[in-house]
Design a protein around this ligand. Structure first.
Ligand SMILES: [Fe+2]
Ligand SMILES: [Fe+2]
Length: 307
């Protein structure tokens, strides 16, 4: 872990819940960890990576579903993992493995919590998709990591919902405000907030530092972090995604209060706010259309795997 990064350790009671009632520790699938290890190797071959991912049918189905989501596939349906990896490249696949493992964790929410799962999954996808389009429209030079950061940014909320659904409902009204009051309420109930819990978990799973930082700082983007551009775009995309889910429409977005876009301006050292105001509507429209496809595909891969 980056020694300059201050991540709070969750209270012991929460850690005990994470270990699970049946000794089933909440973690990323072992095939995902192995695939990520392999993907670090510059000599890594697509066949080898496809082989490791295939060992976990859920991971394989989710990786393929994500590879076919509109932001990645551009309308061309990929039917084999090997082809998907070859087309997308190892780096992009690494992002997809992390993303699909998280989507897999979401599916562990019990059936009575299905609406929570749907809302969190939609919010993760909305943030990830907005981040990709924002990066493209503003020509920010990202290469897939912004999608993964968007998908993972609220990992802490997912963990709260998984390990303690009753207290999660008290702490998080799922109203797409994600205000400082929400974080405060989480602290009162769980003695930590979803930013710290998500970052702690990501760090424990040895996910890349840039992702850990984007989870930790997505509500408080600051110049103190090492991966400022990724943190800033995640925060900016989260603000937009919350507007979309709160209002259900792409118009009337108010950029005031979007700390991410202000930080992005500083990081890339050029004015963005004016063009940002012009592009928010088309970005939100495209995101809304993409969401229908991406979320449906992931839910279908869920039912195919449980058959
Ligand atoms: Fe959040
Ligand atoms: Fe969020």
């Amino acid at each position: 872990m980056d020694p300059t990064l201050h991540i709070e350790t969750p209270p012991k009671s929460l850690q005990a819940l994470l270990e699970g009632r049946r000794g089933e520790t909440l973690s990323l699938p072992s095939a995902a960890c192995e695939a990520l290890e392999i993907a670090q190797d510059p000599e890594c071959r697509p066949q080898h990576l496809a082989c490791v991912i295939s060992r976990d049918p859920m991971l394989a189905a989710d990786t393929l579903a994500l590879a076919n989501s509109p932001v990645f596939a551009g309308g061309k349906t990929l039917t084999s993992l090997h082809r998907a990896i070859t087309r997308l490249g190892i780096r992009q696949c690494k992002n997809l493995i992390i993303a699909s493992s998280t989507a897999g964790m979401m599916k562990r929410l019990p059936i009575e919590q299905i609406w929570v799962r749907e809302l969190l999954l939609r919010h993760s996808f909305a943030t990830a998709t907005v981040a990709v389009y924002l990066g493209e429209f503003l020509d920010l030079g990202f290469d897939g990591e912004e999608f993964t950061a968007g998908l993972l940014h609220d990992l802490g909320r997912l963990i709260f919902a998984l390990v303690d659904p009753d207290r999660f409902q008290l702490a998080d009204p799922l109203n797409f405000q994600e205000s400082q009051q929400t974080l405060q309420r989480e602290r009162e109930i769980f003695q930590t907030d979803h930013c710290h819990l998500g970052a702690w978990f990501a760090n424990r799973q040895r996910l890349p530092h840039a992702l850990t930082e984007s989870i930790l700082f997505h509500h408080t983007p600051s110049s103190e972090c090492n991966h400022q551009k990724l943190v800033a775009i995640t925060s900016a995309a989260d603000h937009l995604a919350n507007h979309l889910q709160r209002s259900g429409e792409s118009m009337s977005y108010d950029p005031e209060g979007n700390l991410g876009i202000k930080m992005l301006e500083e990081v890339v050292n050029r004015p963005l706010l004016e063009s940002f105001t012009e592009i928010t509507e088309p970005i939100l429209e495209r995101t809304q259309a993409d969401l229908e496809v991406s979320c449906k595909d992931l839910c279908e891969s869920d039912s195919r795997c449980s058959e």
